[in-house]
Design a protein around this ligand. Structure first.
Ligand code: SF4
Length: 289
């Protein structure tokens, strides 16, 4: 798909969270509007494509707006938003990002996320969660080490399955292997890493998958599109090609019983390090029984 790239200047970059994200962080931050991973595996069921305010009617994955002054906007909002968050939400915490990926291939050209990380090093939040689907996250290792000294820093790396391909769907933007390597490198540098199995896709060897995660991450978060896509019955995801592709591979993976079965295996392998749905994203793990 041809991608149209535009540039914009924004009045604000820190957005006060609402909905499910409200229990995770006080703010979210999107260096870009749109996501060029929309044409890859994660884009098929991506919840953001249903946000018409954000897509403005364009096909998901077909546009990218580069927010060129995002770091300046962060600096100008910092004091006011930090004050508000500490008073109203018990802390100033940022989710980077919830409706794009901070490390799209275009980041190499535009460097918006890199400059935002520099701005956050000057004026740190209390907590920063960096959420990504790609090994390109490792581009800014030096900035992460500085940031980790100033705030609670946590990486969420999405690895939804041990399989790279689901028949009939596009490949992932970054292979399972490369994402595992990226997680291992971040953790070896002493940074906190959580693997987000979100949305949970068919897994060939669940035990082996979680054993591998246990080696490269501090924790794992598992969520199924039913109960995890912002609708009670997964209807947003059911409107996409994802459930049919999952069912073709294994019909037992499209209901929430699959989540229960998978969580049981994860708990056996990683007791005390497993979170489910939004609780997991917020860093709340299931207790050890
Ligand atoms: S990286 Fe995130 S925002 Fe982008 S298409 Fe994938 S799931 Fe959606």
């Amino acid at each position: 798909m041809r991608v149209t790239i535009t540039k914009s200047r924004v009045r604000s970059i820190l957005t006060r969270t609402s909905g499910y994200l409200k229990t995770v962080t006080s703010h979210s931050m999107q260096p870009y509007r749109g996501c060029t991973f929309g044409n890859s595996l994660c884009g098929v069921g991506c919840y953001v494509q249903h946000n018409h305010w954000l897509t403005r009617g364009a096909e998901w994955g077909s546009f990218l707006e580069v927010r060129t002054n995002a770091p300046e906007a962060y600096r100008s909002q910092y004091q006011k938003e930090r004050r508000w968050a500490r008073r109203a939400r018990g802390g100033f915490s940022i989710f980077l990002s919830s409706s794009t990926d901070p490390f799209l291939p275009q980041e190499k050209t535009f460097g918006i996320t890199g400059r935002l990380l520099e701005a956050m090093n000057e004026s740190p939040p209390d907590v920063l969660i960096i959420q990504t689907h790609t090994h390109l996250v490792n581009a800014y290792s030096d900035l992460y080490l500085q940031l980790a000294r100033q705030c609670e820093l946590r990486f969420h790396i999405s690895i939804e399955s041990d399989r790279d391909r689901l028949p009939g769907l596009p490949p992932p933007a970054s292979s399972v292997e490369k994402r595992f390597e990226a997680a291992a490198a971040l953790r070896a540098a002493g940074l906190r890493v959580v693997i987000t199995v979100s949305p949970l896709l068919p897994i060939s060897e669940p035990r082996g998958f979680f054993e591998r995660i246990a080696q490269v991450a501090d924790g794992v978060v598992i969520d199924h599109f039913i109960g995890g896509d912002g609708t009670p019955d997964g209807s947003r995801t059911k409107a996409t090609k994802l459930p049919a592709a999952m069912a073709r591979f294994d019909p037992q993976t499209t209901d929430d019983k699959y989540l229960e079965r998978t969580v049981r295996v994860a708990l056996e392998v990683m007791p005390g390090r497993v979170g489910v749905n939004v609780d997991g994203f917020a860093g709340r793990f299931l207790p050890v029984r």
